[in-house]
Design a protein around this ligand. Structure first.
Ligand SMILES: *[C@@H]1O[C@H](CO)[C@@H](O)[C@H](O)[C@H]1NC(C)=O
Ligand SMILES: *[C@@H]1O[C@H](CO)[C@@H](O)[C@H](O)[C@H]1NC(C)=O
Ligand SMILES: *[C@@H]1O[C@H](CO)[C@@H](O)[C@H](O)[C@H]1NC(C)=O
Ligand SMILES: *[C@@H]1O[C@H](CO)[C@@H](O)[C@H](O)[C@H]1NC(C)=O
Length: 454
């Protein structure tokens, strides 16, 4: 396992903090843009049958896992500082006959690992590796600028939970299928089904976590992955009439939630942050149709969108105030690089235009729902998230107010009836824990403990 992770870390060396803004984020963005355009062609609409659960959990896909846990143990990563918690990495087969396997990296909590919850983290894309989340955002180590050693992340989320990073779907990072045509069958429901089979098998490998409180987190396009997986878990628990996976809550950040409002909110964010002109904002709202049934756009819409693109091209849209990285010290790109956001997956078969019905389902099932937003992200900005939440028309339980960390405003929060919490993270870009690690750790602790931010 160590050698595999080692390769990956070598690659991540080039993603020193400023580089994040140019590779990881750009690619995450490209895939999102690509998705939006392909959706216009495919016209998925608000087809709620897209929440249909693919049920390929059967005996053929649940395998004995005896002894595999110890094989997965990672003694120490190359260049890693001393650490007292256990780490594991390895594959879980999710479809035997197709030869499909997903790669995970798991870090146990610094303390109280037997009582702290299990938290799954998913990066988005589609196509982005959750190891990027581990090494650049919320994991226990980050990469030094020498490109050879790691340093401790004082604000790692494994101070609050046992954290499981999963590369999904097959085709992302180390996760693969021996049936390459599988990659063209990717989509929300297949991803959720495979992730579910992964979890069931992973819990066989780590049986001490079977009854543990379980939470799912993620950012960006994981705004789809997280709810789709949670929905699948609830479906199977209900079908079995027992708690197979002890799902307690879900949390998504700068997340794709509802295409129409996501897009409108992005335009308004650029307009209100002096990035595009008021005229273009007006034109876009007048001429562009972001409704789920739109299949074409007018020439006027395309022209004003062209202006938008011209205005954002030279800034980092994932953190609108970030400096661009022109440093010559940045390690050069290796010739053959597995990427943070790869392009193995070219086709995305299903992606409902909204996941709001799933959020409502969780709220009515007593599942904790939190939505956070780094407030200097321009890609899925805070305006988009607010518009999407407003669509749900929920009564306010705790009015909008600032929340604090070390006497400073960490962000703002509002709690809705039915247990939905919205929280901003001040001065954080798209990858919130990367830009504001302390605030992100405080946020996740409050979420896991079910305590309102204040
Ligand atoms: C690991 O645990 C030992 C004993 O509890 C402690 O002395 C040491 O400082 C810890 N090391 C780290 C890196 O936390
Ligand atoms: C994929 O194929 C390789 C080579 O035959 C094999 O070693 C591996 O176990 C297969 N993966 C799965 C998940 O079956
Ligand atoms: C579900 O399980 C409970 C006990 O845990 C039982 O009382 C109930 O009848 C079961 N429902 C069905 C539909 O089997
Ligand atoms: C989409 O549907 C809405 C409401 O049903 C309708 O008003 C609008 O004209 C439709 N847009 C397109 C492009 O068909």
């Amino acid at each position: 396992m160590e050698s595999k992770l080692f390769c990956w870390i070598l690659l991540s060396l080039l993603i020193l903090s400023c580089f994040v803004s140019q590779t990881n984020e750009k690619m995450q963005g490209q895939t999102l843009v690509y998705l939006y355009k392909s959706r216009l062609k495919q016209n998925f609409g608000v087809d709620t049958s897209l929440f249909k659960v693919i049920n390929h959990v059967n005996e053929a896909n649940v395998h004995p896992q005896v002894g595999l846990k110890e094989e997965d143990r990672i003694e120490r990563l190359p260049g890693q500082p001393l650490a007292n918690f256990s780490q594991y990495g390895g594959y879980v087969t999710v479809h035997k006959s197709a030869g499909r396997a997903l790669y995970y990296y798991f870090v146990e909590a610094h303390h109280s690992k037997n009582s702290l919850p299990l938290l799954l983290w998913l990066n988005g894309g589609p196509g982005c590796s959750s190891l990027a989340g581990a090494l650049l955002e919320l994991g226990p180590f980050r990469v030094h600028s020498d490109g050879k050693t790691l340093y401790t992340n004082k604000f790692s989320w494994n101070y609050a939970a046992n954290v499981l990073f999963l590369e999904s779907p097959a085709g992302v990072g180390f996760s693969y299928s021996n049936t390459t045509s599988d990659y063209d069958k990717s989509g929300d429901s297949r991803t959720a089904a495979d992730n579910y089979v992964f979890l069931v098998n992973w819990l066989e490998r780590f049986p001490e976590y079977k009854d543990r409180d379980f939470y799912i987190s993620g950012e960006s396009y994981a705004g789809h992955y997280v709810p789709q997986l949670a929905h699948t878990i609830l479906y199977h628990n209900k079908k079995a009439n027992k708690t197979i996976i002890n799902l307690k809550g879900s949390i998504i950040g700068n997340a794709v939630i509802n295409d129409e409002t996501d897009e409108q909110g992005m335009v308004d964010y650029f307009g209100s942050h002096a990035i595009i002109s008021d005229q273009d904002v007006y034109q876009i709202h007048k001429y562009c149709d972001f409704s789920p049934n739109a299949t074409t756009q007018s020439r006027e819409c395309e022209a004003s969108y062209g202006a938008l693109e011209d205005n954002i091209i030279d800034i980092n849209v994932y953190n609108i105030y970030a400096p661009m990285c022109f440093s010559s010290d940045v390690t050069t790109r290796p010739k053959k690089a597995s990427e943070l956001c790869g392009d193995t997956i070219q086709v995305w078969r299903d992606s409902p235009s909204t996941i709001i019905p799933l959020l409502k389902e969780f709220m009515s099932s007593g599942i904790r729902v939190w939505i956070f937003s780094g407030d200097i992200d321009g890609r899925v900005p805070v305006t988009s998230t607010k518009y999407s939440i407003n669509k749900m028309k929920l009564p306010v339980k705790i009015a909008w107010h600032p929340w604090f960390l070390n006497k400073e405003v960490g962000g703002y929060t509002q709690v809705y009836e039915g247990d939905l919490t919205f929280a901003t993270v001040r001065e954080a870009g798209h990858q919130v824990p990367s830009y504001q690690p302390a605030r992100a750790l405080s946020l996740i602790k409050h979420f896991l403990e079910g305590k309102p931010l204040h």
